[in-house]
Design a protein around this ligand. Structure first.
Ligand code: ZN
Length: 58
């Protein structure tokens, strides 16, 4: 049984990790939201950089 795991992303500026399983409650992003499906204008909730400052986490 293979379940596709949602990719986590880390903020290269502050180290915050976006975990799709948790979403981002602070920004009203529901759990299960993939990083690439984050709403336009979403920024790091800690340091407010844009998504191009994020790298995938292994
Ligand atoms: Zn950050």
């Amino acid at each position: 049984m293979t379940e596709q795991k949602l990719q986590k992303f880390i903020c290269t500026n502050c180290g915050y990790v976006y975990d799709p399983a948790n979403g981002d409650v602070m920004s009203h992003v529901p759990p299960g939201t993939a990083f690439e499906h984050l709403p336009e204008g979403w920024v790091c909730p800690v340091c407010y950089v844009t998504t191009d400052q994020f790298d995938p986490v292994d």
